[in-house]
Each structure stands twice: as structure tokens, then as C-alpha cells.
Design a protein around this ligand. Sequence first.
Ligand SMILES: [Zn+2]
Length: 65
Amino acid sequence: MSDTTTRICIYPGCERPAIPPHPLGGPPGSFCDLEEHNALSAHQERQRRTAAQPGGGGPEPGENQ
Ligand SMILES: [Zn+2]
């Protein structure tokens, strides 16, 4: 298998292709080319979606179980 697998931006709801890793090396990108899609914003969006889901509206998610 070649290393041509298309990575998809891991931002919640985003289906844009992630940026390719730098040709000189470095970690492969997990997000697309949108500046607003990064680890911090993705984390915040996930929490926002989790809080918006029915049944998960507790003020302290994680304390339920
Ligand atoms: Zn994205």
C-alpha cells in the first residue's frame, strides 16, 4: 500500500482534505487549510456539540458515570 491515503480534516463536521505533510518532513496535518480549523477550535467544537446533544446536557460532563 502506498502512502497516498487521503486524510480528512478531523474538525467535527468538516470533510475537507487535510493538508499534506511538509515535503521536508514533520508531522502530517490533521486539519484542512482553514485557519480556524486547528486542535483548539476542534476541541471546543466537540465540546459544544457534546453539550448540545440530548441527554448530555449536564454542567459537568464526565461526572455522570
Ligand atoms: Zn477543516
